[in-house]
Structures are given as C-alpha cells and as structure tokens.
Write a protein that binds this ligand. Structure first.
Ligand code: HEM
Length: 255
C-alpha cells in the first residue's frame, strides 16, 4: 500500500514539555513527563491536537506500528473517542488493555479541532518496547498517523475496526526536556482517579460555546483561533499562544 507523507516537521522545545507541530497535516503532539524519580514513574501526559474533520488519527509511542503502544482517536457526536491499541503486524491494531487513559478536563472538541490532553498510566513500558527505549531522559522516536478522509467503521465504538492511514511521519523528542515540576498540577493536584481500567474508552462532553466574559481558560485549553468563542484569557501562570495560527491558540505555561 502506498502512503503519502507530506509532513515537514518543525521540532520545537516548547513549553508543553516537548512538542512537535506538523504544519502540513495541521497536527500537534506534545508530551509531559513527571519529574525524574526512583523508581521511574510509569505515566505521562499527551497533548494531541488534530483537525476534527479527519477520519481518525493516531500516535505510536514506540515510533513504529508493530510492538508499540498505539493511541487512536476520532470524534463522535462532539465527543473524543480515545483508545489504546497494539499489534505485531501491519494489520488492524486491536484494543490493548493495560494502559489507563484519562482525558483531562482541559480537553476540547469544537467544529475545527480536537484538542485531547490525556494522562496515560502504566504507559512507559508495553509488550515489545518502552518509551525512549527505557531511557526517560534520552531521545524518543514517536510517530503519528492520520486517515484524513476515511472514518472508522463505527465511530460510536471505541473498539471499532478501520482501514489503513494515508499519512504517517516520525519525530524525535528529547525526553530530558519533557519533565515538568508542574506535572501533578496538570493532572489535577495529583489526586488519584478511580476510573475503571481495561481497554480505555474515554469521552468528554462537547465543549460549550458560550462562557461568562470573565472566565479564564484552563491549562492547555483553547484560547483563540478561527471560529472560537470561549475564554481568551488564560488561567494564572499560563499565556495564550498561537500554536497554529490563525486557527488555534492554546494556554501554555507562561515561563
Ligand atoms: C487497519 C489498520 C492499519 C493498517 C492496515 C496499517 C498498515 C500499515 C502499513 C502497511 C504500513 C507500512 C507502510 C509503508 O511502509 O509504506 C504501516 C506503517 C505504519 N503504521 Fe499502520 N496500519 C494501520 C493502523 C495503524 C495505527 C492505528 C497506527 C498508530 C496509531 C499505525 C502506525 C503506523 C506507523 C507509525 C507506521 C510507520 C512505521 C512502520 O512502518 O512501522 N498504523 N501501517
């Protein structure tokens, strides 16, 4: 099968831990790790911003399709459908139990973008591989994929089958720059959540389009861009950054 790889990668050591923006595909992948610790933490936060018009999109945390922790994402009725998958071949990856995915409240979906911000626990090691090949201060090769035109077979089902992506590209992230002392703040004060584990099927309600004038946007929430009508002022410590002008601005740490 042939693939169209159009991406030109702009690697930025951005404030959201480490992130990569693909201007051609109009997608952003960012990752934040907890501070280094012994033993090492098994979790991280991923920020995945993609056009809502795409059929489905995905991330490979190991940089290849086989033997990697894969995330799949698509919109359904104004909700974000986000799951973990795994395969050892170039075939439909199946739902993968083990990773515990929690969409954080700052996640948003509107008529233009999905902005998913999710915590993934038990996610640094998976069958056949590990993030950064086990070095959480080294360089990790990740990949993203998109099916820009064709949706999944049943978008209401997190375990839906689908056809092959028509785009993929790789990128490297310097994990040593991705650790943040604000990690527990991002996940909501470090409280433990008790969502059921197993193959994740996580949803957030559609974002509201009206907000009180004095409302401030939360960490990594949208704060501007074409068609956006929500809060444009960020919470304390965050600044509104045009990450994909003119379409999308996001609250990112101001220092
Ligand atoms: C029905 C579903 C899928 C099929 C049939 C499929 C098939 C393929 C094929 C044939 C290739 C090799 C293409 C080439 O080298 O030109 C490939 C590459 C790739 N796929 Fe998929 N894929 C599927 C789903 C996924 C998903 C869900 C992800 C991640 C979330 C993913 C991630 C990748 C990546 C990162 C590559 C490039 C690196 C590599 O070759 O391992 N794929 N896929």
């Amino acid at each position: 099968m042939s693939h169209k790889v159009t991406a030109t990668i702009l690697l930025t050591a951005a404030s959201l831990g480490e992130q990569v923006q693909d201007p051609a595909l109009d997608m952003i992948v960012g990752i934040v790790l907890p501070p280094d610790s012994t033993p090492a933490s098994d979790e991280y936060i991923v920020n995945f911003v993609v056009p809502v018009s795409y059929g489905w999109t995905g991330i490979s945390m190991g940089g290849q399709m086989s033997n990697s922790l894969l995330f799949t994402m698509w919109p359904y009725n104004g909700e974000i459908m986000l799951g973990s998958r795994w395969t050892n071949d170039y075939v439909l990856p199946l739902p993968y139990a083990g990773p515990k995915i929690t969409l954080l409240p700052a996640s948003k979906i509107n008529n233009t973008y999905i902005n998913a911000i999710f915590r993934c626990q038990n996610c640094t090691v998976w069958e056949g591989g590990s993030l950064g090949s086990g070095d959480l201060d080294g360089t990790a090769v990740l990949a993203y994929v998109a099916s820009t035109d064709v949706g999944v077979d049943d978008p209401s089902d997190i375990d839906s089958s689908f056809q092959e992506h028509n785009n993929f590209d790789f990128f490297g992230l310097d994990l040593s720059q991705a650790h943040s002392s604000s990690y527990s703040k991002y996940i909501g004060g470090g409280s433990t959540t008790s969502a059921p584990s197993g193959p994740s099927s996580t949803r957030v309600p559609p974002s509201t389009t009206t907000s009180a004038p004095q409302a401030t946007q939360t960490a990594y929430g949208q704060c501007g861009g074409t068609g956006y009508s929500g809060p444009t002022v960020c919470a304390s410590g965050f600044a509104c950054i045009a990450v994909a002008p003119p379409y999308y601005s996001q609250c990112q740490p101001s220092k």
